[in-house]
Design a protein around this ligand. Sequence first.
Ligand code: ACM
Length: 265
Amino acid sequence: MIRLAAVQMEPRFGDVAANLRKARELITSVKADLFVLPELFNTGYLFRDRQETASFAEPFPEGETPGFILDLSAQTGAVIVGGFAERSRDGRIFNSAVMADQGRLLGCYRKIHLFDREKQWFDPADRPARVLESSAGRLGPMICFDWIFPETARALALSGAQILVHAANLVMPYCQDAMITRCLENGVFAVTANRIGTDQRQSGSITFTGRSQITGRRGERLAQASLDREEVIIAEIHPALADDKMVNRANHLLRDRRPAFYGHL
Ligand code: ACM
């Protein structure tokens, strides 16, 4: 049995030190084997333009935020996943999530499906998502809007993911319900860690929808957070149950697919 945790928080735009402090406080307040923090938890979301995004971007793995995640994973003996703006060696900027396990870096996922103005602030991923072996199970990384493309979760399930680790800054109300279907149709667990609050900038404002959610492999809502409070929600699961893809005696979620009829996907 392992304990999954979604860390729901309200980042203060641009105050990286305060945001890292808050993330540490929330994570060290409970015991779990895997913690997922929101997308861009260290900086906030509503950048003015690409130049401002670049000013907050950090290299992987040398940057302050990857180092913070790594140290915290060593301190807690857990897997920790958190979103940050990543600057690559050739100067591109990605909306990324760093993953570390008990003091070992697992990797860095670059968001594949950029949402709305993110297309101005970031470069889209230049590589597929990889499933990562960890002490809490096989992890499939996703960031926020990746949820609306069912191919994302399907590809991760086909690669053996047991738990979707989903760092989010959701602004539409549909994702939490959609994750029920993503989990059901792929037989996987998911930890969707959303943020709360409003990023208020001169250029406008954007409000996030909370209700972080841990979803079971049969589409059960195992835990759900509030709309407007910083909190950590927990669910206990057996990751190996995600390896059983039988729906009934006759049907297997992956083997019963008929790709010959939808090869254009
Ligand atoms: C989103 O992808 N942050 C909505």
